[in-house]
Design a protein around this ligand. Structure first.
Ligand code: GDP
Ligand code: MG
Length: 164
């Protein structure tokens, strides 16, 4: 069967935007009305000669940081249990936050292959320097992308399919 790639990360980092960009259609709801996003959404993606199943771990948009963290942990655990490769997405504009570090620890301990992605790098000139702080997560080299502008997706996918 096909490899499974799961996207995890905090609400609003751009998971569904990336998912839709790779799926080539709007399957996942972006910037949802709270409560609308379903729990998990699947799409088949083909890139070059590789095909994989992609999972967007959506979930409702929680109100408090505690709920965000517990929901992220739950999503990360689902990814750890089911995925062959995990895309861990962060947001250069919000910067590195505590919940990112906690989930990164969890992913590191799982020993699953993780590709660390820093989204919303819409201008490499403007935001490239800010991606370096994400090295501090200790889960590898941050890959800058702009899901909205579809920048850096080839470099990201190259790192993903390396693990198949
Ligand atoms: P999710 O909650 O992680 O699934 O995030 P969404 O995909 O719903 O995106 C949250 C918000 O970030 C939306 O307003 C998107 O349009 C915006 N967004 C997503 N990707 C990018 C990007 O590359 N650049 C910028 N500037 N905004 C983005
Ligand atoms: Mg979403």
């Amino acid at each position: 069967s096909k490899p499974i790639v799961a996207i995890v990360g905090r609400p609003n980092v751009g998971k569904s935007t990336l998912f839709n960009a790779l799926a080539g259609e709007k399957i996942s709801i972006v910037k949802d009305t709270p409560g609308v996003t379903r729990d998990r959404i699947y799409a088949e993606v083909t890139w070059l000669d590789k095909t994989f199943t992609m999972i967007d771990t959506g979930g409702i948009e929680p109100e408090s940081n505690d709920v965000i963290l517990s929901q992220m942990r739950e999503q990360a655990q689902i990814a750890i249990d089911t995925a062959d490769v995990i895309i861990f997405m962060t947001d250069v504009r919000q910067g590195l936050v505590d919940a990112d570090s906690k989930v990164a620890d969890m992913l590191r301990r799982s020993k699953k292959p993780v590709v660390l992605v820093v989204n919303k790098v819409d201008s490499f000139q403007k935001f490239m320097m800010d991606t370096y702080e994400f090295y501090n997560l200790g889960i590898g080299e941050p890959v800058p992308i702009s899901a909205a502008s579809m920048l850096g997706l080839g470099d990201m996918l190259e790192k993903v399919v390396e693990h198949f």
